[in-house]
Design a protein around this ligand. Structure first.
Ligand code: Z57
Length: 797
């Protein structure tokens, strides 16, 4: 690829463009401009620079008749965009200078931007990383999702307990999007199906309008840009004038209210499905609009519908958009005169399905009566898909069973490819949830191990390490991350290790300042920063971490003069508002923090901090500053993890189980640079068959018994014995996630970590070996693999 002129810009031209936008787009004079006004002007000036490569990419795709990838996802957790675009366009220095010339601090403007938090966690962030890599690799692609008015809720702590408030990113103008009022589709719900001359007719009861908003996603060096198209729901009829004229002012607004609820708010549950009618409507709403849109684009280019699969690859990010299968079949039959068999065959050739979890509570099932009421025609089509599957394979796995429509089975059967997201997870997909379907379709399941974009998750968020890497191995690694292996030649070079440690310290100081300003807490930056950041869930075992923290506190108090390694335990993450036990874990962490942080005997050796409202931009500050990465899920439960990759890449060795992508991370960074503990997935499964395993494990561990005794005695709850009886009961009586069984080995491994950390050179070498070994986890590698093995899509050169 040849660099285009489009990105050539000087501080002076950029400054003039910012001023022009301030005046003509924002309508402000520099002397009266607020921070918001400057941010809008800068964003619009940057957006202008993306438009040319964006048009050029569209033109090339059209002229070359290239295949397009359509990534359908309920969630896109993109975060902030100013820094992202600036870095991809390679104009950061220029932007800093241009803002300085205008008397503004570029970095102050950057952090004023609200996160676009249209996702819960890993699945949504993966979609955002994939969009970045698709653009960097110049693969023609669209992301399709929902333009939620309210993204993921904001988390607050009140007396240590999580409360939630609505997030409002669209209260301000979103500078990056282009509204497309001319691109709309009618989306129908309910009603009934009638038959006429052997043709089925859907007579819907309700219709809403899907209206498009486009955000250009620019790749590395501005060489290519794709589109993220998000759908907003609007009423077909803006206002019911008849009701108004009758004096019914509330009724007059009814159509508006009904429609807008659909794209109002992101469901805040990560890996638990909420079987609510509105959620099903959201899923069908954005999926139907997306399928109609891609068909319109395909036909507008003069293609024949029989060639659809040559031009279109549709990837389903989990089962949330699985209704794409029946919707495409429906449109092929009703609008393009396909027979049912040809329609199913065509849909299959276009569709791929990615599975992200084995947790039963996450597997989408809809009560059949609800499903048939909202989508009567699709209900019938699913029955036909099922009939053909049953007779073609002799399998007895049904899509509709016990009064439920099972979306996993639907997605599996209607797609040509099904993939898991790490090597271990994909094997478990074959052995567990889809064992029978795997027998019926033995070549359908593939593995595509997740990846992360190195642009956001190293180059942009960690300038100190970025500069050291470039000084050491030269530039070019950000789009060719395997080159980080060249760092291996420097791992025994004292000068390099000192510089590596200095970069880490810079990031720890930055985090300490950030926490000081935000929460008025003071961190000892020479202490080990031990980080667990992710959604709060029992399977991720934040409680294992906090129990170990209490045990360590006990032991420091027992022997305060021993050679302890000072630690700061840092937690970040939200619990689903309805997940009672997860909220209890949050409260316990905050209670333990309040007790431990005020203990004069230990406070210089052990500190617990839990900043509220963890999100993408907080991750960008925490990850570069981390020394130790906590990846301690019960083996077999974390499909992949991607935070594990971000932390290791940024020089934070892992303490972890053999779960998800941890297995592959350990192989890539070297077993000697990874702190492994815990039962394997197979051992965990075996353990669960032993009657009374948790009580026995607790009784066998004086350390754990003591900790649980303290919690039960109210040591962390002002003498309240009952505050944590839910957690205690769970650990003693069920402990499905095997906290009790892994506890002692985890504690022992942490003391090994302590010892290595005291040896600065050894620790730094280990951290640097993590950075050097992580190149394979670039999302560029993941996307190339999807393009080759699933989409048959090519980079446009
Ligand atoms: C979600 O974030 C993930 C799985 C789900 O089924 C849902 Br719903 C949301 C996560 C997995 O838990 C992670 O292990 C994985 O890394 C991530 O998806 C991306 O694949």
């Amino acid at each position: 690829m040849k660099d285009q002129d489009i990105t050539l810009v000087t501080a002076e031209t950029l400054r003039n463009e910012i001023l022009r936008h301030l005046k003509l787009s924002i309508g402000k004079d520099p002397s009266h401009a607020s921070l918001y006004d400057w941010r809008m002007s800068l964003s619009l000036a940057l957006r202008d620079r993306v438009v040319e490569p964006w048009f050029a990419s569209t033109r090339k795709t059209y002229e070359g008749k290239h295949k397009r990838v359509y990534y359908l996802s309920m969630e896109f957790l993109i975060g902030r965009l100013i820094e992202d675009v600036t870095i991809n366009l390679d104009v950061e220095e220029i932007a800093v200078q241009a803002m300085a010339d205008l008397g503004q601090d570029y970095y102050k403007v950057v952090v004023d931007e609200p996160d676009a938090a249209l996702g819960n966690g890993g699945l949504g962030r993966l979609a955002a990383c994939f969009m970045d890599s698709l653009a960097t690799l110049a693969i023609p692609a669209y992301g399709y999702g929902i333009r939620y008015e309210h993204g993921l809720f904001e988390q607050h702590f009140e007396g240590g307990q999580q409360t939630e408030s609505a997030e409002g990113w669209l209260a301000q103008r979103h500078a990056w999007e282009f509204e497309r009022p001319e691109v709309t589709y009618n989306i129908h719900f309910g009603g009934y199906v009638s038959e006429e001359n052997g043709k089925s007719n859907w007579n819907p009861a309700e219709t809403v309008l899907a209206s498009a908003y486009d955000t250009p996603i620019v790749g590395w060096k501005g060489q290519w840009a794709n589109t993220l198209r998000l759908w907003a729901a609007k009423p077909v009829k803006l206002f019911d004038l008849e009701s108004f004229n009758r004096g019914d002012y509330i009724g007059a607004n009814a159509p508006e209210r009904l429609a807008r609820t659909i794209s109002r708010v992101l469901y805040p549950d990560d890996t638990t499905q909420d079987g609510k009618e509105l959620r099903l409507k959201q899923e069908y709403f954005f999926t139907s609009a997306s399928i109609k849109d891609l068909l319109r684009r395909f036909l507008a280019e003069g293609n024949k519908i029989e060639d659809l699969h040559e031009h279109v690859a549709i990837q389903l990010n989990d089962t949330h958009p699985a209704i794409a299968g029946p919707e495409l079949v429906r449109l092929l039959i009703d609008k393009h005169d396909f027979n049912i068999d040809d329609a199913i065959e065509m849909a299959r050739k276009c569709l791929g399905y990615t599975n992200h979890t084995l947790l039963p509570e996450a597997l989408e099932r809809w009560p059949e009566d609800l499903f048939a009421r909202i989508l009567p025609r699709h209900h019938r089509i699913i029955q036909m898909i099922q009939d053909r599957h049953l007779s073609a394979t002799g399998s007895d796995i049904r899509i509709i069973e016990h009064g439920n429509v099972k979306m996993g089975e639907l997605a599996f059967i209607i797609a040509h490819s099904v993939n898991g997201v790490s090597a271990l997870h994909s094997e478990l997909v074959k052995e567990t949830v889809f064992a029978d379907l795997h027998k019926a379709y033995p070549s359908r399941i593939l593995n595509q191990t997740n990846g992360i974009t190195p642009r956001r998750w190293l180059y942009s968020c960690n300038p100190a390490l970025r500069n050291l890497i470039t000084d050491t191995i030269g530039s070019g690694w950000a789009a060719d991350l395997e080159r980080l292996q060249n760092l291996n030649a420097h791992l025994d070079d004292t000068g390099f290790l000192q510089a590596y440690a200095a970069a880490k310290t810079t990031n720890k100081v930055r985090l300490a300042k950030w926490l000081k300003d935000r929460n008025d807490v003071t961190l000892d930056t020479s202490a080990m920063f031990d980080v667990q950041i992710k959604r709060i869930h029992e399977y991720k075992r934040q409680h294992l971490n906090i129990l170990e923290t209490i045990a360590l506190w006990n032991e420091i108090r027992d022997n305060p003069t021993a050679n302890w390694t000072p630690r700061v335990k840092i937690f970040g993450g939200k619990a689903a508002p309805g997940y009672v036990l997860a909220k209890s874990i949050i409260r316990l962490i905050n209670d333990v923090a309040a007790t431990i942080n005020n203990d004069p005997v230990t406070k210089h050796l052990l500190q617990v901090v839990y900043p509220e409202n963890y999100n993408v931009s907080m991750a960008e500050v925490l990850i570069p500053a981390s020394d130790l990465s906590e990846q301690i899920s019960t083996a077999g439960k974390e499909a992949s993890g991607t935070g594990n990759m971000k932390l290791s890449l940024n020089g934070s060795p892992t303490i972890g189980t053999l779960d998800g992508a941890n297995v592959e991370i350990r192989d890539h960074v070297g077993h000697e640079n990874f702190f492994l503990f815990g039962l394997t997935a197979a051992e965990a499964q075996e353990k669960r068959t032993e009657h009374g395993y948790s009580r026995r494990a607790i009784e066998a561990s004086p350390r754990l018994s003591r900790v649980l005794g303290q919690i039960g005695a109210g040591v962390f709850s002002n003498g309240d014995h009952h505050r944590y009886s839910d957690i205690l009961h769970n650990l003693y009586e069920h402990d499905y996630f095997l906290v009790s069984c892994d506890f002692d080995e985890y504690f022992a491994k942490q003391r090994e970590v302590d010892a290595v950390y005291l040896d600065v050179n050894r620790w730094t070498r280990m951290a640097a070996a993590n950075t050097a070994g992580m190149g394979w986890f670039s999302a560029d590698r993941t996307i190339r693999s999807y393009a080759d093995q699933i989409w048959d899509a090519k980079s446009v050169t």
